[in-house]
Ligand binder design. Structure first.
Ligand SMILES: NC(=O)c1ccc[n+]([C@@H]2O[C@H](COP(=O)([O-])OP(=O)(O)OC[C@H]3O[C@@H](n4cnc5c(N)ncnc54)[C@H](OP(=O)(O)O)[C@@H]3O)[C@@H](O)[C@H]2O)c1
Length: 278
C-alpha cells in the first residue's frame, strides 16, 4: 500500500568532473567515487572495448535506510537473497544486527550502520561509512519514514508535523543530495499518501507528496546521465479493489523492480492494490 518512487542516477556528472568541467552538484568526491559498475556497463565489444557483463566480478551493493524492520527489512532480505551486498541502517542497533544476522545465516552479505537520518550531518556520515564498507555503492533505498499523527487538520500537531517532515522529507532530501552521483539507482519511499489525500492523514500526506516532488525533480536532474511516494484494518482493506492491504513483500518486490529498471526513471510507481484505478 505504498508508492515507491525510483530514479536513476547519472554518470554524466562524474564524467564532467573527471573532465574538469564545473558542476553545481555538491562535491561528493570525498565520498569516494567508484569505477563503472561491471554489472551494469557493457563496453562496445565491436570496437574492441571490454565486455564487462562477461567479466562480472563483484555483486552490487545497496544502502537501505530504515531497514531495522518493516518494508526496509523485507527489501534487505529480498535483495540479499538475490546476491546483493546490503547495508542495513536505522537507529536501533539490536534490531539492525538481528536483520544482518538473519541475512548472513541465509548465506547473504550484510552489515549494519547505525544512523538517524533526521540531520544532514548524520546522513553524510552514514553515506561515507556505507561507501567505505565495500568501496562503492550501486544503489540506495531511501526508506526511513514515520507516521505519527492521525488527526483532522484542525487538530494536527505542529510538533509532530515538524518531526515527520524532518525524517520523511529532509531525511530523503539529504540522502538524494549526498549519495554519490556515480550510483546506478535510487528509490525513495513515498506512499499512496504521496498521490492522494487521505482522511485524518493530512500532515503525513504533505510529507509524502513532497517526496514524490523531490523524486520527480531528481529524475529530471539525473536523466541526462542516468530516479528510476478511526480506521481498522478491515475498513482500510475494504477501500482497495483487491480487498486487502499491502504487505511488506509487495513493496519489496516493487523496490527491486525500480532499482533494476534504469529506463523507468522518474516513475512514481503506485503499489496500491488498484486503489488509484477505483
Ligand atoms: N507500511 C505501510 O503501510 C506504508 C505505506 C506507505 C508508505 N510507507 C512508507 O514506507 C517506509 C517504511 O515503512 P514501514 O511501514 O516499513 O515502517 P516501519 O515498520 O515503522 O519502519 C520504519 C523504519 O524507519 C526507521 N526510521 C524511523 N525514523 C528514523 C530516523 N529518524 N532515522 C533512521 N531511521 C528511521 C525505523 O528504524 P529505527 O526505529 O531503528 O530507526 C524503521 O526501520 C516509510 O517511509 C513509510 O512512510 C509505508
Amino acid at each position: 500500500m505504498t508508492g515507491g518512487a525510483g530514479f536513476q542516477r547519472s554518470f554524466g556528472d562524474r564524467e564532467a568532473q573527471a573532465a574538469g568541467e564545473a558542476s553545481d552538484e555538491p562535491d561528493r568526491r570525498h565520498l569516494g567515487l567508484r569505477p563503472q559498475n561491471p554489472l551494469h556497463r557493457t563496453g562496445n565489444v565491436a570496437a574492441g572495448e571490454p565486455n564487462y557483463r562477461s567479466a562480472v566480478i563483484l555483486p552490487p551493493t545497496v544502502l537501505i535506510t530504515g531497514a531495522t524492520g518493516g518494508i526496509g527489512q523485507e527489501t534487505a532480505e529480498l535483495l540479499a537473497s538475490q546476491g546483493w551486498r546490503v547495508i542495513v541502517s536505522g537507529r536501533r542497533v539490536a534490531e539492525g544486527q538481528k536483520v544482518v544476522d538473519g541475512i548472513k545465516k541465509n548465506g547473504g552479505q550484510a552489515t549494519f550502520i547505525q544512523a538517524d537520518v533526521s540531520t544532514e550531518e548524520n546522513v553524510k556520515a552514514l553515506i561515507t561509512k556505507a561507501i567505505a564498507v565495500w568501496g562503492h555503492l550501486d544503489a540506495a533505498v531511501n526508506n526511513a519514514g514515520i507516521s505519527n499523527d492521525s488527526e483532522l487538520l484542525e487538530n494536527a500537531s505542529m510538533e509532530r508535523f515538524q518531526e515527520m517532515f524532518q525524517v520523511n522529507v529532509l531525511g530523503v532530501f539529504c540522502c538524494n543530495k549526498w549519495l554519490p552521483a556515480s550510483m546506478d539507482g535510487s528509490c525513495n519511499l513515498a506512499s499512496i499518501a504521496g498521490l492522494h489525500g487521505i482522511y485524518r492523514t493530512g500532515t503525513y500526506c504533505a510529507t509524502k507528496h513532497a517526496v514524490v516532488g523531490l523524486t520527480k525533480t531528481a529524475a529530471i536532474e539525473y536523466a541526462t546521465t542516468g530516479v528510476t511516494g478511526a480506521y481498522t484494518e478491515e475498513t482500510i482493506a475494504a477501500l482497495f479493489p483487491m480487498k486487502r492491504m499491502g504487505v511488506v513483500a509487495d513493496i519489496a518486490r516493487a523496490i527491486k523492480f525500480l532499482i533494476d529498471s534504469p529506463f523507468a526513471t522518474r516513475s512514481a510507481l503506485a503499489v496500491d492494490g488498484g486503489l488509484g484505478a477505483a
